[in-house]
Structure formats: structure tokens, C-alpha cells
Design a protein around this ligand. Structure first.
Ligand code: MCN
Ligand code: SMO
Length: 773
């Protein structure tokens, strides 16, 4: 009955509190920050994929008026190196050799970016080029040479197989093989990377403004890499215009900017431009999978064997390699939502002379989904069965939860079958098949692609050893207003809204009275930051626990003030009252006043003040969200162009905090899926030059490319606080596979089964018209 008069904020379609400032251009991003006496940096980057550096002459640059200093490895000798995991580390500035085009070699620090860039052009670096290592399979075989002298190119190798795999595989009546390829992509955040560092003249402490997803992690990284005591470093994160995993890494440029600020004792800033972004932001998805599948006449998949290979680029980004993340997690969820008893995986991650491979939204997920759905479509095609029916036959059944997959991952309960059936009816699957046949008579090629997915979220521990819990500090101010702070690093997800929704319910205080802070390590409690779709479930869990504890404290205080038993106190609408006697009430404001200003009214032993920090670690190491995407496409066989015509999503991320925000996340992820499936690819030429260094070459989806989506929610609660599961990556996990599958379906008359992303018009023309295209 409590709060019966207040609408529950959890689950409500609350408008984002972030939006007014964003939509009116009043937000403060990295490049809006100016400091008195601030200097700016331009980097000299390697023009070679592999070379030794014979000399660096920066005398002419130093002579340019306004240039304050030029840094090379001599002045900034730091290594970004997680020694326990990798045999080599990346130097902040190249030390005697370069390993990829775009690697930072020198930094010019000047009164303005204009001066710094002009001066950078006057620096002469003499290189002796070497043969670059560019082909993933050859690199794994050690050809044409080792990227790092004396170090095996394969920096991560792992093998796994279920017991009895070979027997089961051999005994199956049907087998097929396929090689799947996902090509290099990168996040292309609207706002590029940026860092500003300054020493506080009074305390000597270092303040670093940074566009990052993980403020506390970045503080720890800088402290570890540079040997600065952690408490002398403060990270402040302004508004971030997109991270998508790419800003989950501490980069060489960050370290150089910090060192320049320390050497010069002036604020120093660097902002990436778009060319630098495409060259030096972490790349992702450069993977090859050699897959073999064994199945029976009913289309039941019995065993999958996969050799997973990833081109990790020249170095592991700090602190962890995206190549390892992509392959090791993909190998563990390769069977997706299907009950496939046997799995054998071999992983090889290699160094190459390309940009380091890091995270991009979904990391392993889009790759695993592409393969798992590609397998199901091939089995269906091979046996002449309906692809939806083959999915039904293989899908994990509700009574199997908690389900242990062939790789040993435990899936908590989900709505696997229901989400498939709901998505099929949402898109009118049967009706589509009739329309497809009819239009094909008219020479039009429509196709439908189904992508049923699992999304590991809320990882409570990770291989990188990052913090698995999240923390929330709640303070009810003496005025009764609430200030909350979390260790999250939102980059567009709307946490200021969703965390406030959770607290509003717990505290019985209107949303407008709550401010959610984040991103300043001096005020936010220690937390893991934002990534791995953890903020809703783990950050939200911390907010819930902190809110609940505060609620209890408010009741204790109210009981004292109202001279009633604590169990009789009810709370809501900004006040507390005695059950059944609404007139015997005290406002939160009055409680707060007492708690801080009039503490003698409170018996000894009760905590003074209303400030609580709670930490929350979910009960399971991972919570699996699930869902089904179905894409309908039309392929123009004359131009090779693909249009995504209809799109259906059924999503289950447990209890929803805010359906509108969740739908926004889905829209964005599907848009990125259109890019992944049809447009985006980073291409290197045979010399290791990246040829896609502008948005004219690296194609992004535009509004008309993105379909309207019909979205349905199912809520299977997690076992964690609030029943919340994560969902921030699922839409990009599922969508490339759905679109690829739809193209295969549309072009079935030509025998097409897509095995490489992205699918370009050139691919389609050559499939349809052969080499004449
Ligand atoms: N949410 C909810 N109900 C749930 C689950 C989540 O209302 N049951 C809300 C959350 O409160 C949050 C959003 O949905 O506001 C996403 O929550 P979650 O799945 O926990 O993911 P995170 O907030 O941790 O965000 C990280 C995730 C990742 S890993 C990438 S990559 C990505 C993504 O979010 N990067 C993004 N979405 C992005 N969206 C934007 N605009 N920008 C990015 O850089
Ligand atoms: S790639 Mo998201 O930051 O886990």
C-alpha cells in the first residue's frame, strides 16, 4: 500500500533528464573546456606500417614561434603494458621503431593547435621501412616474419573441447564447413577522443579531463603506467559523445598529454581529429572463423568445431586486447540460444602491423551471432527446411534453465522460445513468405533473416581483472534534496535518468529532487565504469541497495520524531507518516534537518546525517539477456544495393528501468548493425596503409538507411537486485546477423549464403552476375 499514490518510477517512460542540455547545445564536451594558459598538442604519427627509426630532427619545429616543446620517447619513456598478459607493451611514443601507420612518434606542444600542427610538419623522421605483417593467417604461421623481434606473433592461444566431441562429430550423418569473416571496423564516435591534463598549482595534484567510459579505471591506469600515486590523480569526465567500447582504453596520447602537463607545468590538451580517429582509435572485429558443423536429418545440430582467429594489430591496447576479448568470449557463446551439445574451439590471436584491436559495442557478440545464425541457415538450406523451424528445433527449452552451454557458461532464465515466436508473428513471417514468392515472380528479391541472440551482461568479474561491483553514494541534503554519485561512465545511455528513477522509488522523493553525479573520481565512489552492459543491472543494483538502506534510515529517524514504532512508518511523496494516521507525518526535509542540524534530538547510537555508500556485486558472474531480431531486406540485383525494409525486435533484459531508453538503445544498435552488415570496413593496402581515413571512404549508415522498428519487450527477471539485466549491446549483437541472413534468404535462388561482413554492392553483383559484374 505504501506509495500507492505515487506512480512507480521503475519501468516508467520517463523523459531523459540529460536531453534538454544536449538538445539545446549547452552540454560541455572535452573540446569546450579551456584553461588559462592552456597549451595544445599535435602528434607526429608513423607513415609506415613497419620501420626502424634512424633519427628524429625537430630543431625546425622548435624554432616556430609559439612552440613550447617537442616530446619524443626520450622525454616520455612510458610503456602501456599489462605485463602479466602480454609479451610486449606499446610505448607512449615510438621507441626506435614503428609498428603501424598512425602510431604516435612525437608530440608538439604549442600555444595553439594550429601552431602545433604547422610545426609537426617540420619534424623530419628518418625511417628504414621493413616488410609489414598484414595477412592474419600468414601472421599466425609466423610469416613473413615476427612483428616484434623474437616474439611469437601468436600472443594468445587456447583450445577447448567437450568430452566425446570427436565421436559425436564423426557419428553425425551430415557435415558442412564454412569460413566466416568479419572485417575491421571502429566505433566512430560522434565526439572523438580527447584529454586535458593540468597540475593543481597549490596541491600539486594532477587533474585529467578525459573522454572515457571508466573514470576510476583510467585513474588507476595512469597511476600504474606513470608511477604516480593514485590519490594524486583526479579524473574528470565531461559529457561524452559516444564511447561504444572504444573509450574503454587508456591510450598512448593520454599518457603523453599528462607527461607534457607535468613537464611544462601548464594545462595541456589534445583532441583527436577524424583522420586520427580512424587511424588510432582501437579497431575491432578483424576475425576469421573456420567452422565445421555436424547435424542430423531433422536439422538438430550436434557439434560445432571452430578455429577462431583474430588480428590483434601491433599491440594489445591498455589494459587488454580486443582480439582476446572477441575470440575468448565468442568461443564461449558460440552456440548462442541453441542447445548444441558438443563444441571444440581453437583460438589464435596474432600481432600484425595494423592498429591495435580493442572493443566495439558487443565485442565478441556480433561475430558469434553471425556465425551461429549462419550455421543454422546453412543447416536449413542443406536439408530444405524452413529456417524458423530449424531454430525451433534447436532452441534451448524453458525447462532447461539454468542452462549450461557446451562451453560451460551458465545461462540464467530467459524467454528464448517465446521471443522467437513473438518476433515471427511481429513480422508476420508466414505472410512474408507468400509475399516473397509473389514478388520474386516480378523479379524482386526480398529476404528475411532471423537472429536469436544471447547477450552476456552484468559481468561481475572479468578476465581483465576490472572491478566487478558498482557503488552508489546517496546523500539527502539538509534541504531534503538528494545528491547521488556512482562510479559509472555514461557515454549517452542516460544513467542520470535511470539511476534517479530507481532512487526516487526507494526514497519516495520526486525525480526532480534527485541529481545523479558521475565521472569525477574525487567525488564518485569507486566503480568499474560503463561497459559490458553492466550499468543498468550493477549500477542500478547499487542504487537500489543504497536507496533501500537510506529508506530504512529515514524510517528510523521518522519513528523517533513521530514517537511511533519503526514498523508502522510509511514513506512516500516526500514524507513519512504513521500507518493509518496520515496526519501524524513528518517531511523528508524535516527529517533531514534533524539528521544534520538538530542531532541532539536523536538518541545516541543512531548514525548522524543521511549519507550512505552501498556496493553491489550481482549473485551470478554473468546474467544473460536474450531476444530475437528479424530483418526484412530487398536486394536490387541490378545495382547490388540492399534496403532494410522492415525490422522486428523482441528484447528481454529482465525488469525494465525505462522502456524509452531501452528502445533508444535498440534503435542505435540496429543502426550500427546496418553499418556493420552493409557499409563499414577499414581497408589496408599491401603496404599496410589504411586507405579508409575519412568518412568518404569509411561509410556510416545515415538516417534513411535505418529501418523503422517494431519493438516488443519481455521481462524475465534476473536473480539480481531489481531483476534487471543489461541490454546495451544486444541490438548490435543481433542485427548484423539478421541483415546478413536476410540477404542470404533474398538471394537463395543464386545459391548465396553470406559468409563475410560487410556485404557490399560489388559482392552482390558478382554473386548474381558472376565475374561479368
Ligand atoms: N536499462 C533499462 N532497463 C534494463 C537495462 C538497461 O532501462 N533492464 C537502461 C540503463 O539504465 C541504461 C541503458 O538502458 O540507461 C543501457 O544499460 P546497460 O545495458 O546496463 O548498458 P550500460 O549502461 O552499461 O552501457 C554500456 C553499453 C555498451 S557496453 C556500449 S559499448 C554502448 C551502449 O551501452 N555504448 C554506447 N550503448 C551506447 N549508447 C550510446 N548512446 N553511446 C554509447 O557509447
Ligand atoms: S564494447 Mo561496451 O563498452 O562493452
Amino acid at each position: 500500500m505504501e506509495q500507492a499514490m505515487r506512480p512507480q518510477m521503475m519501468g516508467a517512460r520517463v523523459s531523459r533528464v540529460e536531453d534538454p542540455r544536449l538538445l539545446t547545445g549547452r552540454s560541455r564536451f572535452m573540446d569546450d573546456i579551456q584553461m588559462p594558459g592552456m597549451l595544445e598538442v599535435a602528434f607526429v604519427r608513423s607513415p609506415h606500417a613497419a620501420a626502424t627509426i634512424e633519427s628524429v630532427d625537430f630543431s625546425r619545429a622548435l624554432a616556430v614561434p609559439g612552440v613550447v616543446r617537442v616530446l619524443t620517447a626520450d622525454d616520455c619513456p612510458y610503456l602501456l603494458w599489462q605485463k602479466s598478459a602480454y609479451k610486449v607493451g606499446q610505448p607512449a611514443l615510438a621507441q626506435g621503431a614503428v609498428f603501424y601507420v598512425g602510431q604516435p612518434v612525437a608530440a608538439v606542444v604549442a600555444e595553439s593547435r594550429y601552431i602545433a600542427e604547422d610545426a609537426a610538419e617540420l619534424i623530419t623522421v628518418r625511417y628504414r621501412p621493413k616488410t609489414p605483417v598484414l595477412d592474419m593467417r600468414q601472421a599466425i604461421a609466423g610469416q613473413p616474419r615476427s612483428v616484434h623481434e623474437g616474439v611469437d606473433n601468436v600472443f594468445y592461444h587456447k583450445e577447448y573441447r567437450t568430452q566425446g566431441f570427436e565421436e559425436a562429430f564423426q557419428a553425425a550423418p551430415y557435415h558442412l564447413r564454412e569460413t566466416f569473416r568479419t572485417n575491421r571496423q571502429t566505433a566512430v564516435t560522434l565526439e572523438p577522443r580527447g584529454t586535458l591534463a593540468m597540475l593543481d598549482p597549490a596541491s600539486g595534484r594532477l587533474t585529467v579531463y578525459a573522454s572515457t567510459q571508466s573514470p576510476h579505471r583510467m585513474r588507476e591506469d595512469i597511476a600504474t603506467i606513470m608511477g604516480i600515486p593514485e590519490h594524486q590523480v583526479r579524473i574528470v569526465v565531461p559529457e561524452v559523445g559516444g564511447g561504444f567500447g572504444m573509450k574503454a582504453t587508456t591510450y598512448p596520447e593520454d599518457i603523453v598529454v599528462v607527461e607534457a602537463a607535468r613537464l611544462l607545468n601548464r594545462p595541456v590538451k589534445w583532441i583527436s581529429d577524424r583522420v586520427e580517429s580512424l587511424l588510432s582509435d582501437v579497431h575491432a572485429r578483424d576475425d576469421i572463423h573456420d567452422v565445421e558443423v555436424a547435424f542430423d536429418a531433422d536439422g538438430r545440430i550436434i557439434a560445432v568445431r571452430d578455429h577462431l582467429m583474430a588480428d590483434g594489430g601491433a599491440f594489445a591496447p591498455y589494459p587488454y586486447s580486443g582480439a582476446v576479448g572477441e575470440t575468448s568470449l565468442a568461443s564461449r557463446v558460440l552456440t548462442g540460444p541453441y542447445d548444441i551439445p558438443h563444441l571444440a574451439t581453437t583460438i589464435d590471436c596474432t600481432y600484425s602491423n595494423k592498429t591495435p584491436l580493442g572493443a566495439y559495442r558487443g565485442v565478441w557478440g556480433p561475430i558469434a551471432s553471425f556465425i551461429q545464425e549462419g550455421i543454422v541457415d546453412r543447416v536449413a538450406r542443406h536439408l530444405g527446411l524452413d529456417p524458423a523451424e530449424v531454430r525451433r528445433r534447436n532452441m534451448i527449452r524453458d525447462e532447461q534453465f539454468p542452462y549450461r552451454n557446451a562451453a560451460g557458461m551458465i545461462y540464467d532464465a530467459g524467454s528464448y522460445r517465446q521471443s522467437l515466436e513473438s518476433a515471427l508473428s511481429l513480422i508476420d513471417y508466414d505472410g512474408f513468405r507468400a509475399r516473397q514468392a509473389e514478388l520474386r515472380q516480378a523479379g524482386r528479391y526480398l529476404g528475411i533473416g532471423i537472429s536469436a541472440f544471447v547477450e552476456p551482461t552484468a559481468m561481475a568479474s572479468s578476465e581483465a581483472g576490472s572491478i566487478g561491483y558498482e557503488s552508489c553514494t546517496v546523500r539527502i541534503e539538509p534541504s531534503g534534496k538528494v545528491t547521488a554519485a556512482l562510479g559509472l561512465g555514461p557515454t549517452g545511455q542516460g544513467h542520470e535518468t535511470t539511476m534517479a528513477q530507481i532512487l526516487a522509488d526507494q526514497l519516495g522523493i520526486p525525480l526532480e529532487d534527485i541529481v545523479v553525479l558521475h565521472g569525477d573520481t574525487d567525488s564518485a565512489p569507486l566503480g568499474g565504469g560503463t561497459g559490458g552492459s553492466r550499468s543498468g543491472p550493477i549500477g542500478g543494483g547499487a542504487a537500489l541497495v543504497a536507496g533501500r538502506q537510506m529508506r530504512e534510515r529515514l524510517k528510523t529517524y521518522a519513528a523517533q520524531l513521530l514517537e511511533a514504532a519503526e514498523e508502522d512508518i510509511e514513506l512516500g511523496q516526500g514524507k513519512a507518516w504513521v500507518a493509518g494516521v496520515p496526519d501524524r507525518a513528518v517531511t523528508i526535509r524535516e527529517i533531514a534537518e534533524t539528521a544534520y542540524m538538530n542531532v541532539r534530538k536523536i538518541p545516541p547510537g543512531l548514525p548522524i546525517g543521511l549519507e550512505i555508500t552501498a556496493r553491489y556485486l550481482p549473485p551470478r558472474p554473468v546474467s544473460f539477456s536474450n531476444g530475437t531480431h528479424i530483418a526484412e531486406v530487398e536486394v536490387d540485383i541490378h545495382t547490388g544495393l540492399v534496403r532494410v525494409t522492415r525490422y522486428a525486435v523482441v528484447n528481454d533484459c529482465g525488469r525494465l528501468i525505462n522502456p524509452t531508453i531501452v528502445e533508444g538503445q535498440i534503435h542505435g544498435g540496429v543502426a550500427q548493425g546496418v553499418g556493420s552488415a552493409l557499409l563499414e570496413v577499414l581497408r589496408y593496402d599491401e603496404h599496410g596503409q589504411l586507405t579508409t581515413t575519412s568518412l568518404l571512404d569509411y561509410l556510416l549508415p545515415e538516417a534513411p538507411d535505418v529501418p523503422r522498428m517494431a519493438i516488443q519487450h519481455i521481462e524475465t527477471p534476473s536473480e539480481g537486485e531489481g531483476g534487471i539485466k543489461g541490454m546495451g549491446e544486444g541490438s548490435l549483437i543481433a542485427s548484423p546477423a539478421a541483415i546478413a541472413g536476410a540477404i542470404s534468404d533474398a538471394l537463395a535462388p543464386f545459391g548465396v549464403l553470406v559468409n563475410t561482413l560487410p556485404v557490399t554492392p560489388g559482392d552482390i553483383l558478382s554473386w548474381v552476375h558472376g565475374d561479368k559484374a
